[in-house]
Ligand binder design. Structure first.
Ligand code: 9UX
Length: 72
């Protein structure tokens, strides 16, 4: 089964930033679906917790110069 959660994103200054973050999340193994809302600075991510944990999102998002706030 999958989980869908909303995560705050930091560092996005334009709609193009949001698309970059979104495609990065979508490329992550274990992510079923991801959408980034630039106006709200949030990402909605549906993922399979048996494949990936949100801490992995932090690494890939930081690698392109943004940040995602995940609890842990
Ligand atoms: Mo453009 Mo959004 O470089 O950074 S993608 S401001």
């Amino acid at each position: 089964s999958t989980i869908k959660k909303i995560f705050p994103i930091r560092g996005m200054t334009c709609a193009s930033c949001a698309l970059s973050v979104e495609s990065m999340l979508q490329s992550q193994e274990g992510v079923i679906q991801a959408g980034v809302n630039f106006a709200n600075s949030t990402a909605s991510v549906e993922y399979d917790p048996s494949v990936v944990q949100p801490i992995a999102f932090k690494k890939i998002i930081q690698s392109i110069g943004y940040d995602i706030l995940v609890e842990e």
